[in-house]
Design a protein around this ligand. Structure first.
Ligand code: BES
Ligand code: MN
Ligand code: ZN
Length: 493
């Protein structure tokens, strides 16, 4: 699909859909008024006959309007009384695209008004909405495939809009990169393949190091390595570095991701039903790869490190057993009561390594860590756990701004006793009560007092029945927008 910016007076041809906005009480935008007049009042009549009131997200789809060349006119409700915010048009554009994507029209002309900045957000919304993972479909019928090949965004100054989009497009590309990683099945995207795809980002200017099992063993990463022990795939630790600050030696910020390419549970094996979902148990690492892609893509003025712990959790004759004791890079020992609580074992070493080597300003880890976070928050919020109020505030604000909201949960000292072990420094599960919190308390033991936040994204990494038109069902790429915003608002310049 091509996206181009065209002059505001451009006309939609016979195989095109034309999209315009309506506000509260079906009040028409200037562009919608012009279309309505040219089509002999078709929008007003269709609105009256279709209970269209311009409510946010409401779509009025008029086929073959008389008096116009266009094959369809789509009117998108945005509420409000006429002030068009960038976020509003991003969502409206996505609704418009979704409404016509498989309708048979080959072109969509969006006349959503506004300046260069809003036109760029229109293109951004369409690009996110149009995401599809269809790599493995060979027999899909033509009429089920998207028909829209060209999207034209009307702008007062197309060149200026194009320029504004050049600043946004790298973020969209990064989100799509992250979604592809999350969507890939685990027979394709094993740890080495994941590492290779991140290595490919060197073309954007990142430096990428890949550590294999021998190097990790030398570093003493017994906790991470224990998880991958039952897999025929080699575990990998990927370190992606972006030095974009004026002072390349300035203290970096760091992102750390859980990358369990497939989580069977190991010897503490999961039930068969729904186990296929565990291909996306690397959503945290995909978010970290995505944000590094975004920072490099838009040449962010920041020094940032992304560390990905990549493993496959399999049952095997060589797999670790419940009751095994492993020694982490920190020197702390862990009794592995349940091999399915593996994400925290991976992060324990990845977090320790990150603070030890890079001495970052702060670390944010992302992980599809616990089923319990879904019970706590449902699928619209990710859990936030942190030892630092300032960092938490910034993350909460970034999440709200990017429609990737977080909800902070506590890390009570009193719950530490749930992870005490009779034979080691700790055990890897804390029982059913507060399962996401005891996982957070476990991770906190590996941050060495560095400002840190943990995002449990098990609730948000994969979406079913999406209500956000820029996020199709499936891989969300959750965290890329949020972390990119955190950097842009608080750590650049
Ligand atoms: N990857 C899972 C968590 C998960 C569950 C992610 C559902 C996405 C959807 C994690 O490794 C896990 O298995 N956690 C266990 C922990 C338990 C054994 C303490 C869980 O949540 O049941
Ligand atoms: Mn697990
Ligand atoms: Zn897992």
């Amino acid at each position: 699909m091509r996206i181009e910016f065209v002059p505001a007076d451009s006309q939609a041809g016979a195989t095109a859909a034309l999209a315009v906005l309506a506000y509260e009480a079906a009040a028409l935008s200037p562009e919608a008024k012009a279309v309505n007049d040219a089509a002999g009042g078709a929008i007003v009549r269709a609105a009256a006959g279709g209970r269209f009131i311009g409510a946010k997200g409401q779509v009025l789809d008029i086929v073959a309007p008389a008096g116009l060349d266009a094959a369809r006119v789509v009117v998108i409700g945005v509420d409000g009384s006429g002030v068009v915010e960038p976020e509003t048009v991003e969502i409206a554009a996505a609704h418009a695209y979704n409404a016509v994507k498989t309708s048979g029209v080959t072109e969509l002309l969006l006349k959503l008004g506004g300046d260069a900045e809003t036109a760029a957000r229109v293109a951004f919304g369409v690009k996110l909405a149009a995401y599809r993972f269809d790599r493995y479909r060979t027999t899909e019928k033509a009429e089920k495939k998207p028909s829209v090949a060209t999207v034209k965004v009307a702008a007062a100054d197309p060149a200026k809009a194009q320029k504004a989009f050049a600043a946004l497009e790298p973020i969209a590309d990064a989100i799509l990169f992250s979604r592809d990683l999350v969507s890939e099945p685990a027979n394709i995207l094993h740890p080495e393949e994941f590492a290779a795809r991140v290595k490919g980002l060197e073309s954007l200017g990142l430096e990428v190091e890949i550590l294999g099992e021998a190097e990790m063993a030398k570093l003493g990463m017994g906790s991470l390595l224990g998880v991958g022990q039952g897999s025929v795939r080699e575990s990998q630790l990927v370190v992606a570095k972006w030095y974009g600050a004026a002072d390349k030696s300035a203290q970096p910020i760091a992102f750390v991701g859980k990358g369990v390419c497939f989580d069977t549970g190991g010897i503490s094996i999961k039930p068969a039903e729904g186990m296929e979902d565990m291909k996306w148990d690397m959503g945290g690492a995909a978010a970290v790869a995505g944000v590094m892609h975004a920072l490099a893509g838009r040449k962010a003025k920041v020094n940032a490190i992304g560390v990905l712990g990549l493993v496959e959790n399999m049952p095997d004759g060589n797999a670790q057993r419940p009751g095994d004791v492993v020694t982490s890079m920190s020197g702390q020992t862990i009794e592995v009561i349940n091999t399915d609580a593996e994400g925290r074992l991976v992060l324990a070493d990845a977090l320790w390594y990150t603070q030890d080597r890079f001495k970052p300003k702060f670390m944010v880890d992302l992980a599809t860590l616990t089923g319990a976070i879904i019970i706590s928050l449902g699928n619209d919020y990710a859990g936030l756990f942190s030892n630092n109020d300032g960092l938490s505030e910034k993350l909460l604000a970034a999440g709200d701004a990017e429609r990737e909201p977080l909800w902070r949960l506590p890390l009570p000292k009193a719950y530490e006793k749930q992870i005490e072990s009779p034979i080691a420094d700790m055990k890897n599960i804390g029982g059913r009560p507060a399962g996401s919190i005891t996982a957070g308390l476990f991770l906190q033991r590996f941050v060495n007092g560095v400002p840190w936040a943990h995002l449990d994204i098990a609730s948000t990494a994969w979406r079913k029945g999406s209500s956000d038109p820029t996020v199709p069902d499936g891989a969300v790429g959750f965290g890329v927008r949020l972390l990119n915003r955190l950097v842009a608002d608080a750590y650049e310049g």
